[in-house]
Design a protein around this ligand. Sequence first.
Ligand code: AP5
Ligand code: ZN
Length: 215
Amino acid sequence: MKALLLGAPGAGKGTQAQFITQAFQIPQISTGDMLRAAIKAQTPLGLEAKKIMDEGGLVRDDIIIGMVKERIAQADCANGFLFDGFPRTLAQAEAMRDAGVVLDAVVEIDVPDSVIVERMSGRRVHLASGRTYHIMNNPPKVAGKDDVTGEDLIQRDDDKAETVQKRLQVYHEQTAVLVGFYSQMSGDDAPKYIKVDGTQNVDVVKQEVLSALGK
Ligand code: AP5
Ligand code: ZN
């Protein structure tokens, strides 16, 4: 299955991605996680991306498109994949379409901006795996530690309140247009468009998403 998750920063894309990738045994392709890994490894891409991400802006389309094309050519993507946080601009969506990537489903997680800021301030992340927690809504078994590895959880540099506001603004200006792009596609290649209310608790969102995907 080839699918993508669409939604504002903090809507719960990474959280739901874990369930979908497990259910369908497909890799998660999170451009945000890939960029954070590049920052940690201090690659030229990481050095360039860090400033942009810390300010809540978007990394250049050509860089992101190249990175994703390379990733989906790898062997573990042969049976499908789940995009998380990609495409994020019309140019990125068109590049995938022009490369012949046919999606089976698009899942939109809908959460109003007013809920997002609280979610971001409580978010904790396991950097190596991308596993995501919330200190109140979705706490790890041991405070500050990843459930699977026991390693430390971190707070993301871009989860400061003012950066979150900027990311929301960028979402509305550049990414929200993809709701129309995908929901209005027609013809044999059109993906199933699934919209869920992302303000419900994590398990309810999970059930709705998996059942709409046929699991
Ligand atoms: P990226 O990493 O993609 O960040 P984002 O889209 O801003 O989304 P987040 O990861 O912040 O949120 P999420 O929807 O995954 O929510 P989560 O599950 O963590 O991108 C970061 C940056 O990289 C961008 O700003 C940009 O600079 C760059 N970038 C990345 N991709 C790019 C691209 N394609 N093009 C250009 N630039 C790109 O959940 C959030 C919190 O809420 C967690 O604490 C979670 O536990 C909690 N939570 C989740 N679900 C629920 C629920 N149902 N109820 C209550 N709490 C919940
Ligand atoms: Zn995420």
